[in-house]
Design a protein around this ligand. Structure first.
Ligand SMILES: Nc1nonc1C(=O)N[C@@H]1CC[C@H](O)C1
Length: 246
């Protein structure tokens, strides 16, 4: 999969491709990440990429033409059709289903805004979808782009090892993860739950599922809205609640 990131800070993009899971995906040729800087396509001595907003108000707005030329250059740099995603608080909130959908694209071009954002005419003409990583305002779209790239990289076949895949699975089915413990068994902060020391894999898997269901119901009940729990899951959730109330 190829991802082109259009950003005034392409070095930021290079960094996010250099470490961890994303770096591994790139090393293995499972993902390629490229930066294109709109400033390289700006005109005039100052190579302007932004200007004052019509109608007044604070801040600056990114100009159409440098972005349009950068998007065109990014398109031409790769092969095949590409989907243009603009990182923006006005976008659809990113969740794992959205990551899976975007990870299935052969190519993405991720547009990162700065300042107050991008001229609306560019968005309407060039952007296929706006995506938000949360209801807060950041200084630029580069961190949201890095979040999207990381989540997509993890879904590329051959990137995660078995352990990492297991962790990924716990989020894949829309539930919060279970708690995790490691050595020592005894600590002044508490003891590891005995079930995890039992060696009984079926019992451990049941406990972990119960914890995921219980934590999701307690912390993110919205994730269970409209979800038809199986009889077994309903019983596990009941057991979690009884244990919590004891
Ligand atoms: N939350 C978000 N999810 O995606 N992007 C953002 C975000 O805050 N973007 C900034 C808004 C103005 C600046 O141009 C960049």
């Amino acid at each position: 999969m190829r991802i082109d990131v259009v950003s005034l800070f392409p070095e930021f993009v290079a960094q996010c491709a250099a470490f961890g899971v994303v770096g591994r995906a790139v090393e293995r040729g499972l993902l390629s990440i490229h930066g294109t800087n709109p400033r390289d396509f700006a005109e005039g001595n100052y190579r302007r990429v932004d200007d004052r907003p019509f109608g007044g108000g604070p801040g600056m707005v990114m100009l159409i033409e440098p972005l349009r030329r950068a998007l065109d250059a990014a398109r031409r740099a790769g092969e095949g059709p590409s989907r243009v995603v603009y990182m923006s608080p006005q976008g659809r909130r990113l969740d794992q289903a959205g990551v899976r959908r975007l990870a299935a694209e052969p190519r993405l071009i991720v547009l990162c805004g700065r300042y107050e954002g991008v001229d609306e005419r560019l968005i309407r003409a060039e952007v296929d979808e706006e995506v938000s990583i949360g209801d807060y305002v950041l200084s630029g779209g580069e961190l949201p782009a890095a979040v999207l790239v990381d989540a997509i990289a993890r879904l590329q076949d051959g990137v995660l090892n078995d352990t990492e895949s297991a962790q990924q699975d716990s989020f894949e089915d829309g539930l919060l993860d279970c708690p995790h413990y490691t050595r020592p068994v005894e600590h002044d902060l508490g003891r590891v739950p005995d079930v995890l020391l039992s060696g009984d894999h079926a019992r451990i898997a049941r406990w972990r599922r119960m914890q995921s269901l219980g934590r999701t119901a307690a912390r993110r009940p919205d994730l269970l809205d409209g979800r038809e729990l199986s009889k077994a899951d309903r019983e596990l959730l009941q057991a979690y609640r009884e244990e919590a109330a004891a």
